[in-house]
Design a binder for this molecule. Structure first.
Ligand code: ATP
Length: 357
């Protein structure tokens, strides 16, 4: 049975269709991320699932029970859902332990209630802060307490809205790592909103990419990254190089040789999308045979774990090609050096020009 199921959920704000027939299921124990640009409707979907936004069309089921449809509309506290929303900050007048114990209504003020709160605090490494006040904690610590508060009543479903957005990048990595472990340990199903593709890939078992109110592709992170079915999805996951071309005999000619254009009409104008890491560069040794394709280095920069190399490729049908390549570790050829370029076709995608917006 699905922990959460949305059936053809739509939502309007005045004349704006913010959510357009979204259907989605989150299985028990699974983390699903809603990923998309600002304004595409992610938060609205989450708020509808939580009961914070009144359902207008469609149906919401939690653990097989209808919680919202044309007639039913269970309030958030009756849905058995753990919420970590940006606007659901900690209660400033309660200490950390009481914040976490707050949702444990069944156990009242019994020792069991405190023990459970203390237990969940330990899971998020905040046991030593039980007597502290929210204002004494850093952003990352507050976020962990908010997660503990959401998990304390053992919800079968947790909804997270951009839970790491207020944290600086190093802290964010740490907190999201811990959050993933705690969520997986708890066995709760999770639906999380983010606009950051790397974060979605880090957290998610499956990702639903949204655009203009619709889910445009849903799948495992590797599926979306390696088999995007639109230019939008392909370019949402990384910066991407684009080359224009025309289909001839089932493939497109590029400076790196032919790239298959399966299922596209002969003569169709296409965009060839190449991930920067699909361009594999190597130095050309003195006296080595001329490589099949080569490029001139405009600049090379070490970015930490990878190097970014700006390349200029020879004129191709009037196109001036400025491409970006990303190589693992330190690969820093000098300016104006000619390097050999090999294309990894598994990270190269061809789409009709008409679909490139
Ligand atoms: P962000 O990442 O910026 O939060 P989002 O993908 O979560 O974006 P939503 O917050 O769901 O998007 O908003 C979807 C659309 O609905 C946006 O155009 C937004 O301006 C609009 N919208 C959201 N809430 C309201 C509201 N209460 N009243 C009117 N319009 C709204």
């Amino acid at each position: 049975m699905d922990a959460l199921r949305l059936d053809r959920v739509s939502h309007r704000f005045g004349g704006l269709l913010a959510v357009d027939e979204v259907s989605l299921a989150v299985h028990p124990g699974e983390v699903v991320c809603l990923l998309g640009p600002s304004g595409c409707g992610k938060t609205t979907v989450l708020r509808i699932a939580a009961g914070l936004e009144r359902l207008q069309a469609g149906r919401v089921l939690i653990s097989g029970q209808t919680v919202a449809d044309g007639t039913i509309d269970l309030p958030p506290e009756k849905r058995g859902v753990g919420l970590v929303f940006q606007d659901y900050a900690l209660f400033p007048h309660l200490n950390v332990l009481d914040n976490v114990a707050f949702g444990l209504v069944d156990a009242r003020d019994t020792p069991a209630r405190k023990a459970r709160a203390q237990d969940v605090l330990a899971q998020v490494d905040m046991a030593d802060w039980a007597a502290s006040w929210p204002h004494e904690l850093s952003g990352g610590q507050q976020q962990r307490v908010a997660l503990a508060r959401a998990l304390a009543p053992r919800p079968r479903l947790v909804l997270l809205d951009e839970p790491f957005s207020g944290l600086d990048s190093r802290l964010r990595d740490q907190v999201r790592d811990q959050t993933l472990h705690v969520l997986k340990q708890s066995g709760a199903a999770t639906l999380m909103v983010t606009h950051d593709s790397e974060e979605a890939m880090f957290m998610a078992d499956r990702i639903a990419v949204m655009r203009q109110g619709r889910v445009v592709q849903l799948g495992r992170p590797t599926q979306l990254y390696c088999q995007p079915d639109s230019v939008f999805v392909a370019s949402f996951f990384s910066e991407i190089n684009r080359i224009k071309g025309v289909v001839k005999s089932g493939s497109v000619h590029t400076p790196f040789g032919a790239v298959a254009a399966d299922g596209l009409a002969e003569g169709a104008e296409v965009a060839v999308l190449i991930r920067p890491e699909a361009l594999r560069l190597s130095a050309i040794e003195d006296g080595a045979p001329e490589p099949a394709s080569a490029a001139r280095v405009l600049a090379a920069r070490l970015l930490g774990r990878t190097s970014l190399i700006h390349l200029c490729m020879g004129d191709m049908g009037g196109q001036h090609l400025h491409l970006h390549a990303r190589m693992p570790g330190q690969f820093l050829p000098t300016e104006d050096e000619i390097v050999a370029v090999d294309l990894d076709r598994r990270q190269t995608f061809v789409f009709p020009i008409a679909e490139t917006t």
